[in-house]
Design a protein. Structure first.
Length: 478
């Protein structure tokens, strides 16, 4: 079928205003968020309903037109960027942004997949609940993309990743059929777990059009601290103690190296140093409770959170795990501590070209991996800065490497060597090349080397069975 005829059919489905074909109109959808991948597309199409998505997919299925689903275009691995052939269409979910249903008794919410994460959070907050999936792009990322990459974020330690927060899905399959698995049920043991097949699949098996999400009671009390630690192993011990003293109420535990703090303050000099003398490693700790804050123990004998935090840090100081610490006394101080963590990605961008990784490692090997990788990175690129930070509680480390102010192309030339080095160490320590960002285009080769070969064969078989013509987000993952 001629391109013009296809465009006419897209217009009949979605309307002329929502089929973008000019170079200028398509441009914002053709380059990934980091600027590493740029492709081309026959058109960018913006459906308004599941029925329109299904009609588009059926048309593309019949004529073997590749489809690239796109949410907020915040993929960190090029997962939502087309190739440069210009044959694919991008199906943007931006117009499918409505909250469909709020279920107070089951503490769940059903939303279109194009719903912006922050909009979902705000809707929950109005009802005294929270949707705890949370990261810096919450104002632009969309829940369909979050689910498609099984995103994690700051609160995985307490609430789990996107997969754990999803109760049900509505999906358009590669043949254009609608599969309705939307449900607030927490128990539904009826055959294969199809919902989880599509979470983390990055649009390669179908298009998520809606989701039912689990909500939680809003915390009423919170304690936040910044603790300088002896080393990474001391931070891990501190985490275990924090979980014990709080009864498992740690919601965030972030490993923060001095290199990150220095870099943030280089570009944001108004940000206050968390400690007078910052050691090589620190931990940003937050514990929370849905019980009201009080100066006395509650009915179960649980101490107020600020007292728990003080006891935790005092004992850790006496045992040599912590060398200095501060506890936020109010919300402004809490926000000041979190500002360092939240400005970390922006400060890295300002520093120059950076090699980004999103890995997970067994905690027992975290310290050994960190320092061995640093030595290997220095051998590959002398003068490299190690910006290794992340969600220590769930073993997720963003082990980023940078030579501040270095030429972009020159530094990128050594990325394959970094890939090989990281992959080799992760194999040795039983880690994973992707914790929460997905595979996309960026990590396809790394996945082929790191993943169990039988597992890869099963993945390929599933892809072939559901999408035999390979029209769904081709060139991603496999």
């Amino acid at each position: 079928m001629a391109d013009n005829t296809l465009i006419d059919q897209f217009i009949r489905i979605c309307g002329d205003k929502y089929v973008l074909t000019s170079t200028e109109d398509k441009a914002p959808h053709l380059t990934d968020w980091r600027g590493h991948y740029t492709g081309d597309a026959l058109a960018v199409v913006k459906p308004k309903s599941t029925e329109e998505v299904a009609a588009l997919v059926r048309l593309c299925h019949d004529h073997r037109i590749p489809i690239v689903p796109q949410g907020g275009n915040t993929s960190l691995c090029g997962g939502a960027t087309p190739d440069d052939s210009g044959k694919a269409i991008i199906i943007s979910m931006a117009r499918m942004d409505q909250i469909r249903h709020f279920d107070r008794p089951s503490q769940s919410i059903t939303v279109d997949s194009g719903c912006i994460l922050e909009k979902i959070q705000d809707a929950a907050t109005k009802e005294g609940l929270i949707f705890p999936l949370n990261f810096g792009s919450r104002g632009t990322c969309r829940i369909g993309g979050n689910l498609s990459t099984n995103a994690g974020g700051l609160n995985v330690l307490r609430y789990g990743n996107a997969r754990s927060l999803c109760l049900g899905l509505e999906v358009v399959t590669p043949s254009g059929e609608v599969m309705n698995l939307l449900s607030p049920l927490k128990k539904d043991n009826t055959g294969y777990d199809l919902k989880n097949l599509f979470i983390g699949a990055e649009g390669t098996l179908g298009i998520i059009t809606a989701a039912t999400l689990q909500l939680f009671p809003e915390p009423k009390a919170m304690a936040t601290s910044w603790a300088g630690v002896r080393d990474i192993n001391a931070a891990i011990e501190l985490l275990q103690r924090a979980q014990a003293i709080s009864g498992g109420n740690v919601i965030a535990f972030e490993l923060m190296p001095k290199s990150i703090i220095d870099n943030v303050r280089r570009f944001y000099p108004d940000v206050a140093s968390p400690l007078e003398d910052v050691p090589p490693f620190s931990a940003l700790i937050e514990i929370a409770s849905t019980a009201s804050s009080d100066a006395k123990p509650d009915d179960q004998g649980q101490l107020p959170l600020n007292i728990q935090m003080e006891m935790l840090l005092q004992d850790a100081f006496e045992d040599g795990l912590v060398n200095d610490a501060t506890i936020a006394k109010n919300e402004n101080q809490r926000q000041a501590l979190w500002a360092i963590r939240e400005l970390t990605p922006e400060s890295e961008i300002k520093a120059g070209a950076a090699y980004k990784s999103d890995i997970s490692i067994p905690l027992q090997h975290m310290q050994a991996f960190y320092h061995r990788a640093a030595e290997a990175a220095e051998a590959i690129a002398p003068g490299v800065k190690i910006f290794g930070f992340g969600h220590l509680g769930d073993g997720n480390l963003h082990y980023n490497l940078s030579i501040p102010d270095a030429g972009h192309d020159d530094f990128m030339s050594v990325y394959p060597e970094f890939d090989d080095m990281i992959t080799g160490l992760l194999k040795e320590y039983g880690g994973s090349i992707s914790a929460e960002h997905g595979i996309g285009q960026k990590k396809k080769q790394m996945l082929a080397e790191a993943k169990d070969k039988t597992a890869l064969s099963v993945m390929a078989a599933i892809k072939a069975a559901l999408d035999p013509h390979n029209i769904m987000n081709p060139g991603k993952i496999l």
